[in-house]
Design a binder for this molecule. Structure first.
Ligand code: SF4
Length: 181
């Protein structure tokens, strides 16, 4: 069988939910979109999980402003640079890398929704957060590097009835024939 030459970039926890903040898992291992992508014949690249790399596994849910630190921004920039190199290598080989799948609501991997502190004052540990329009810190760094290369961004959403599988597959279809590498 020949190779399909098409690659999708997936947020780390979609292939390994164990990196998520304890209590925020909505599936046991891999997100259901992985099985659908497998059926579609695309290759998958698992992106790094910046929150796990920065904070480990025993971390609490935080809003995006808590991750807007020089250190975390530097980490995301460095990781995004590596991803851009990877994408460029695939493109140089004639492979299509035209879609990145994030996680809606995440302060790092949210694509059109993230979370901010819900209170009136500055957020502090243990305070609630609320979803708002915006992207996560890692996605922002990735978008700066990958959007000019023609990579589109979509995200799964645990609040969708199908956990966001449909929107990913629609984006996958929308990109059919629209990418040049
Ligand atoms: S930082 Fe991204 S990859 Fe890591 S757990 Fe959060 S959404 Fe998933």
């Amino acid at each position: 069988m020949h190779r399909g030459h098409r690659i999708i970039l997936l947020a780390h926890c979609l292939l390994n939910v164990n990196t998520r903040v304890d209590g925020l898992a909505r599936f046991s291992g891999m997100h259901p979109v992985v099985a659908v992508l497998h059926e579609s014949g695309v290759g998958v690249v698992q992106l790094p999980c910046p929150e796990m790399l920065a904070e480990g596994l025993d971390r609490e849910p935080r809003p995006v402003e808590a991750y807007e630190t020089p250190g975390f921004n530097a980490l995301c920039t460095c990781l995004a640079d590596d991803v851009a190199v990877l994408v460029q290598h695939h493109r140089d080989a004639g492979h299509r890398v035209d879609l990145l799948v994030g996680v809606e609501g995440s302060p790092s991997c949210g694509v059109s929704l993230t979370n901010v502190g819900a209170g009136e004052g500055p957020w502090s540990s243990g305070d609630p957060t609320v979803r708002v329009p915006g992207c996560g810190v890692f996605v922002r760094a990735l978008r700066e590097r990958l959007a000019p290369l023609g990579v589109a961004f979509v995200a799964v959403d645990s609040r969708d009835d199908d956990a966001g599988v449909g929107r990913v597959m629609r984006a996958l279809g929308a990109e059919e024939g629209s990418a040049d590498g």
